[in-house]
Design a protein around this ligand. Structure first.
Ligand code: ZN
Length: 356
């Protein structure tokens, strides 16, 4: 059973003419509404209701206490006053409007609500929120992100639900530098990211050699892919890494950071995935772990967003069995030598941590 966490209020984070704009969520929700598969739950009583539809819940607003576990007081104060005075460009990429501070708290709350829904028995819960979060660092919003939604949910789960061990798999085309940095020395949060080679794309970090520090060594795994990489390149590597690493690390709680910006039609990147990657990866992960919180990050082509998101959701609501979906495109052997080299580098570096 699947839950979705969403609010129309996310549109109040106004960015104007900008790749990260309110149309992104609007097209996703419109597509789902047209399919007639949403079951809106009016109050947030966590009751399991329908088997064939997706239960839609409103996000809670993250408390200031939750946010200050992740971000510095000076940054939070600065962001609030910047928004209160009307907003504008926080940095050359990141725009905020008057309501953005409030809506960023709601996006962080969406990640918390989705996490609670999984704890309450849903197999998967998907936070469809904006602004996104994985670039936001302790001290700064950046790369369209204001608060680090996933880190705020993790800290909430640690504090109130006594969960200790987390795994995050991030397939947004950009390295989630903010999330990664927060847990670089933490042995209990494994962050795995596959992204376009950061020497060719924002944020400029996320190389194989960045493996975590001190006690957290081995808990930051980067898979930087050269521009032009296809489904087959991604699948070659992910087939070999995900399952053994998830099993070895044995986390209590699993997150998937969803980005649709590695699609070949996305305007911001040069990775060439096609529509079939998204149901494949969803099946792959759900085959490894049967409880999953999904958090939307990037994706800037509206048609790709609506199509590929729908395909992911169809897997999550069991319209296709995971095995069927995995087999559909799992046989192709058309992988570049560069991809094989990347895999072997990762295998060498991480062989003392994981068995793959
Ligand atoms: Zn991205």
């Amino acid at each position: 059973m699947m839950a979705l966490v969403h609010s129309k209020d996310y549109e109040k984070h106004e960015t104007g003419i900008h790749p990260e704009n309110k149309e992104r969520l609007r097209v996703i929700i419109n597509t789902l509404e047209k399919e007639g598969i949403l079951n809106h739950i009016p109050t947030n009583k966590h009751i399991l209701k329908s088997r064939n539809k997706i239960d839609v819940f409103r996000p809670e607003t993250a408390s200031l206490k939750d946010i200050l576990k992740v971000h510095s007081e000076s940054y939070v104060k600065y962001l609030k006053s910047f928004c209160d005075s009307g907003g504008g460009y926080l940095d050359p990429d990141t725009v905020v409007s008057k309501d953005s501070y409030k809506i960023a708290k709601l996006a962080a709350g969406g990640a918390i609500t989705a996490s609670k829904l999984v704890l309450n028995g849903y197999n998967s819960a998907y936070s469809l929120a904006r602004p996104p979060g994985h670039h936001a660092t302790r001290e700064n919003g950046m790369g369209f992100c204001l608060f680090n939604n996933i880190a705020i949910a993790i800290e909430h789960l640690k504090k109130y639900n006594k969960i200790k061990k987390f795994i995050i798999f991030d397939f947004d085309v950009h390295y989630g530098n903010g999330t990664a940095e927060m847990y670089l020395n933490d042995p209990n949060v494994l962050y795995i990211s596959i992204h376009q080679d950061p020497s060719t794309l924002f944020p400029g970090s996320g190389f194989i050699e960045e493996i975590g520090v001190d006690e957290g060594e081995g808990c930051n795994m980067n898979i930087p892919m050269p521009p032009g990489s296809s489904n087959q390149d991604y699948m070659y590597i992910l087939e070999r890494i995900l399952e053994p690493v998830f099993n070895d690390f044995d986390a209590e709680f699993q997150f998937l950071e969803v980005g649709f910006d590695a699609h070949k039609d996305d305007p911001l990147s040069r990775i060439n995935l096609d529509d079939e990657f998204y149901p494949w990866i969803t099946s792959k992960i759900m085959n490894i772990t049967n409880q999953l919180v999904l958090i939307l990050e990037g994706g800037y082509n509206l048609s790709v967003l609506s199509r590929c998101n729908m395909k992911m959701i169809n897997v999550l609501r069991n319209e296709l069995t995971y095995e069927e979906e995995i087999q559909k495109i799992g046989n192709e052997v058309k992988v570049s030598n560069e991809t094989k080299k990347i895999f072997h580098n990762i295998q060498d570096i991480f062989s003392s941590f994981y068995d793959f």
